[in-house]
Design a protein around this ligand. Structure first.
Ligand SMILES: Cc1cc2nc3c(=O)[nH]c(=O)nc-3n(C[C@H](O)[C@H](O)[C@H](O)COP(=O)(O)OP(=O)(O)OC[C@H]3O[C@@H](n4cnc5c(N)ncnc54)[C@H](O)[C@@H]3O)c2cc1C
Length: 424
């Protein structure tokens, strides 16, 4: 009878900390090159934010042309643009197809998996990574470095130190901490002398102190088919059509998120930002004036607005909330009020509530391959870097692309180390 001996395990050559899309993508580049990888994550299971994104259908990427796509990453167009040279929206769709996940382009150009879920994609991906030999260690929280530069982890109330020639930090941003990305890594990086820009909410809502009756009746109501306009800090005009949501504490929803970086920057610099709602984006002020001119004798203003303009529900309530009786009563200026109803915003909602965060490891700290200049062999990927983008699939695309860039650079770093002749 032959007794099978346990196979000696290859020493781990690369450690990935953080099992979100960016970290897993970096791990995949290494595994494909035959490099032994161990992935550590603080949570009891991996990819929690990716799975949460699946509740909204998992907007993987966007099908717009490359030039417009790259400009979604302003002001880091050059940096993120370089990642997209290596792995762009088309490459992401091919990668998903290779996992057995077909994608489709929605009417707005957003790209989703056909099943509009994240779980099948994550399941297939983890299966492939495990089959390639990736080790996973969940419930392992990275707590910093020891005096020799080893990685300190806490696990089951114990501390342990691990190390490898390559380390990839993929620790996420600073929002939705309950999904794992609590941003606590930032102070450890700063203590180590690595410059990190402060976290700021990105794609987040804003506070607004609604009157009690408005809040009671309208909180949770969608504000559909409106447009929002504002003047950016540089004086340029921003305007977009879409849907927002009246929240009890203020405003949220896709249209607000799209404007959120410009509103946030203005609040940061000037203390407030006035946005203008267009309640009739498909009509001109002249057309509205013409309709309002059909007022019948004895019609009250509300009846006029309801009957002639079909202005009801949350839109009518918003008009009443944001304007005075005198303003509403002036039929000559009412069309321009309906086209540009001002609302002054003074505060962002909490960082933790934002879909993503701006800020994080500054690009000056990194090589083009996303290696920390101060820590050779240590790379950073994903939302923990100092870039931001609107919703629309741009966040995930850049996270994946950064994982590809760093994973390949880490692979090359290891191969240079293992071939000393090449280093002469
Ligand atoms: C509700 C919601 C919906 C979204 N929908 C979309 C969408 O449809 N399309 C899109 O493009 N983007 C979407 N996003 C954004 C997108 O999910 C994130 O930008 C992306 O997940 C970031 O990837 P990441 O790998 O950088 O970080 P994360 O996905 O946040 O992963 C970081 C990982 O690091 C782990 N970690 C953190 N600290 C430690 C530590 N100290 N020790 C060990 N592990 C640690 C965390 O547990 C986590 O698993 C959504 C975000 C939210 C909140």
């Amino acid at each position: 009878m032959t007794v099978s001996q346990p196979q000696p395990q290859a020493p781990i050559q690369a450690i990935v900390i953080g099992a979100g899309p960016a970290g897993l993508m970096a791990a995949e580049q290494l595994v494909q090159a035959g490099i032994s990888v161990a992935v550590y994550d603080a949570m009891p299971s991996v990819g929690r934010k990716l799975l949460r994104a699946g509740i909204g259908g998992l907007n993987l990427t966007h099908a717009e042309n490359k030039a417009d796509f790259i400009h979604r990453y302003a002001p880091q167009v050059d940096k993120v643009g370089a990642w997209l040279q290596e792995f762009d929206a088309d490459a992401l769709r091919l990668w998903a197809a290779d996992l057995g996940i077909e994608t489709f382009v929605g009417s707005s150009g957003r790209v989703f998996p056909s099943a509009k879920k994240a779980a099948p994609l994550l399941r297939a991906w983890l299966h492939r990574l495990r089959a390639g030999g990736t080790q996973f260690h969940v419930r392992h929280r990275w707590c910093g470095w020891d005096d020799q530069g080893g990685l300190l982890f806490s696990h089951a109330d114990k501390q342990m130190v691990v190390s490898a020639p390559v380390v990839i930090y993929a620790l996420g941003g600073g929002s939705w901490a309950r999904l794992g990305s609590d941003g606590q890594w930032r102070s450890r990086f700063i203590d180590r002398g690595i410059q990190c820009a402060p976290f700021r909410p990105s794609n987040g809502g804003f506070r607004y102190d609604w009157r009690v009756a408005f809040r009671a009746e309208q909180a949770g109501q969608p504000l559909k088919s409106v447009a929002l306009a504002l003047t950016r800090l540089d004086g340029s005009a921003w305007r977009k059509k879409g849907d927002a949501v009246i929240a009890g504490a203020g405003l949220e929803g896709s249209l607000i998120y799209a404007a959120s970086a410009a509103i946030r920057d203005q609040i940061d610099q000037q203390g407030s930002c006035t946005v203008h709602w267009d309640l009739f984006p498909d009509k001109t002020a002249a057309q509205l004036a013409q309709v309002l001119g059909r007022r019948r004798a004895g019609d009250s203003l509300s009846t006029l607005l309801r009957r002639q303009l079909k202005l009801t529900g949350v839109k009518l309530a918003l008009l009443k909330e944001l304007s005075s009786k005198e303003q509403m009563g002036r039929i000559d200026t009412l069309p321009s009020l309906l086209k540009a109803l001002p609302q002054c915003l003074t505060a962002c909602r909490d960082l933790d509530e934002a879909i993503s965060t701006a800020g994080g490891v500054e690009f000056d700290e990194l090589t083009a391959g996303l290696m920390l200049r101060q820590l050779p062999g240590h790379f950073c990927v994903g939302e923990m870097l100092d870039w931001e983008a609107p919703t629309g699939g741009y966040l995930l695309t850049a996270c994946y692309a950064s994982g590809v860039v760093a994973g390949r650079a880490a692979r090359d770093y290891l191969s240079e180390r293992s071939d000393p002749i090449d280093n002469l």
